[in-house]
Design a protein around this ligand. Structure first.
Ligand code: GDP
Length: 204
């Protein structure tokens, strides 16, 4: 997919105020520092698109960008647990769960994880929550330039092994590096193919 245009649309903490049209939407999420802004800028070919919404005070917001005037890229803040008082129960921040539960335009999410790290409980629990709520997602391994090819393979294998304790099959995944432009074409192709499928379905 060639990115002809990428523009910031709006930031919200309330899912009901997000754009009301029916353009397909893809959300990017992960722990802070995972490389999300860099990935969004790499994908869109814009040096600081994600940073414009990442300015202080905007970190807990749902940020919409419109790409090629036909799909939305959504930059979500890092997820983490919100502890419910009076109990030790941990839940994800409400506006994140609200976004995923209510946003019918969402086609698929990309859950970013740093390829160097072992699976972290918060990432695994978030993916588990996505699965239980039937929200389609792909895993995006970031910072692949930090490892040699053999180590990449080993880390992905280890990640799958742990995931397969919870999942019947390994979710769709991408290996990326924003500094080396790895995975850009594959990820954009996936979005293009998915958009094409949606358009074909809408026409039929
Ligand atoms: P965010 O907090 O998830 O938006 O992460 P950023 O995109 O701001 O990146 C966090 C840090 O990781 C920064 O120091 C980036 O330069 C670095 N980083 C991000 N992507 C890559 C990558 O693909 N390769 C390398 N080597 N570093 C990266």
């Amino acid at each position: 997919m060639h990115i002809k245009s990428a523009e910031f649309v709006m930031s919200n903490s309330d899912v009901s105020k997000c754009p009301s049209n029916t353009l397909p939407e893809y959300a990017f999420i992960g722990r802070s520092n995972v490389g999300k802004s860099s990935l969004i800028n790499m994908l869109t070919g814009r040096k600081s698109l994600a940073k414009t919404s990442g300015r202080p005070g905007k970190t807990q917001l749902i940020n919409h960008f419109i790409i090629n005037n036909n799909w939305y890229l959504v930059d979500l803040p890092g997820y983490g647990y919100a502890r419910v008082s009076k109990s030790s129960k941990k839940i994800f921040q409400k506006f994140i769960t609200d976004y995923f539960s209510k946003r019918t335009q969402l086609v698929s999410a990309f859950v970013l994880v740093d390829i160097r790290h072992k699976p972290q409980p918060v990432d695994l629990e978030f993916m588990q929550w996505m699965g239980e709520n039937q929200i389609p997602f792909s895993i995006v391994f970031t910072k692949a330039d930090k490892l040699k090819p053999k180590a990449i393979e080993r880390h992905v294998d280890e990640y799958s092994e742990i995931l397969l304790e919870q999942w019947e099959e390994m979710p769709n995944y991408f290996i990326t590096s924003s500094s080396k432009y790895i995975g850009k074409d594959e990820l954009l192709q996936f979005i293009q193919d998915t958009n094409d499928e949606i358009n074909a379905l809408r026409k039929s």
